[in-house]
Design a protein. Sequence first.
Length: 520
Amino acid sequence: MSWWDDAVGYEIYIRSFADGNGDGVGDFIGATSRLEHLAWLGIDIVWVTPFYPSPQADFGYDVADYTGVDPQFGTMADFEAFAARVHDLGMRVMIDLVPNHTSSQHPWFRQALADPEGPYRDYFLFRSPGPDGGPPNNWVSHFGGPAWTLDEASGEYYCHLFLPDQPDLNWANEAVRAEFDRILAFWIDQGVDGFRIDVAHSLTKHVTFADNPQLVPVGPESTPGQAFAAFEHRHDLYQPETRDVYRRWKALPGADAVLLLGELYVKDPAVSASYLDDGGLDLCLFFALNRRPWNPAAFVDELRAWSESHPHGYAWTISSHDENRPVTRFGGGRAGHQRALALWTGLAMLPGVPFLYQGEELGLEDGYVAPDHVQDPVGKEAYEEGRDPCRTPMPWEPGRHCGFTSADQAWLIAGERDDHETVTVQRADPDSPLQAYRRLLALRRGLTEVRRGPAVWQPALPGVAHFEIGEIGVIVNLTDSAVNLPTPTARVLYSSGDLTDPGRTGVSVPARTGLVYAKK
Ligand code: BGC
């Protein structure tokens, strides 16, 4: 039993959560002042996205100092006050760790460039040009173009699976491993309860640095995402030695009680499961339904396959700072909200740790960002609709900038939200999305003992998920038609949709509804 076994997580995208000092950018002072919302909602783990000193080329996922706080988010004392308040409210703090790459402004990389013979050169992946004088191999960056940039001074290329501003670290170098031992120890000492490990399926590379097999051609019109998917990532990702790193971290003093949560973008649940248990990680994020258009039958099949691949489940999520919000992805409006909540009802009842992304509990659709105000041009290229629309400021209360900032403008200029999208208005409305998510989390908490058992999946129509755990059953009807409950004696404990008879059954599960019942 670990403390996270029954937890519910929540992602704070710090730039857009709450601005405490009135400069238009979210920060620790602001976030601390809003933590009560999360405790009230029923959250246990507060994950905060990167706040380290950074040139912000990738909004903090380009780290220039792993043990500092970027002044735009506050000071170390502000972080400590934030962590203390999280703990006072009975929750835990999880921070983002970005070990695959640094910022090109990190002193390690600057010294690696300045002194090719010095010790920092081997912290990164410098290689001679290929036979044609171009990049050493055919690896491509997630964000477009080759995964190699020429260091003109030395004539060597360095590897970056993301931006050229994000050079990949050399995890075959023991000195890099030792640096991260110190970084983890620093934050564990600060009282951090967990790490969300960025691109956790990366880190080590195949020793040969051989070309990746190409599956389909890449043309000038291919998006970065399509170009990346055109290759089998046999040599740049998924190397078994990466698990040694996680096992090593797990063995650090105090790390046993610290949650290691991997962000692994993988399609095959068996691959994710192989990073758990002996693979060193405690949990992996579930991404099978992210960035995917609405497809009830396929969604249910994925959920079942993942659920059955590991008895303790995953960190279940359908939303993050990297993709369109689920309500939008699932069709928008009332139907989009119903689908997102129905699906999340299933995620919340499975063994594992469900995660909400800020604003998901409000049933938010994507924010509107005018073309002139785009802040993440890389994301716009690499992800279908860009990442700005899911990163617009959190709406707290009616009024200017919905209480996010007192500045004239927020860092990301977006269309104003309606009053009914704000926390305060939804808190006062028993029929709001916020209240529906809160009721669901309260029910989950009451069913802890039951929920620990394995989920036993039942036969159901396409687009309908049905599983039982001990004495409870869960039906997630993602289709647009009502379906019948399986047993006439079932008692409804929660329904995300309107039931004609909310007590005993004999009723059917309405379209786009998640329902939890007691078998007797
Ligand atoms: C993060 C992204 C980031 C990328 C590179 C992802 O997993 O969630 O926001 O751009 O890693 O660090």
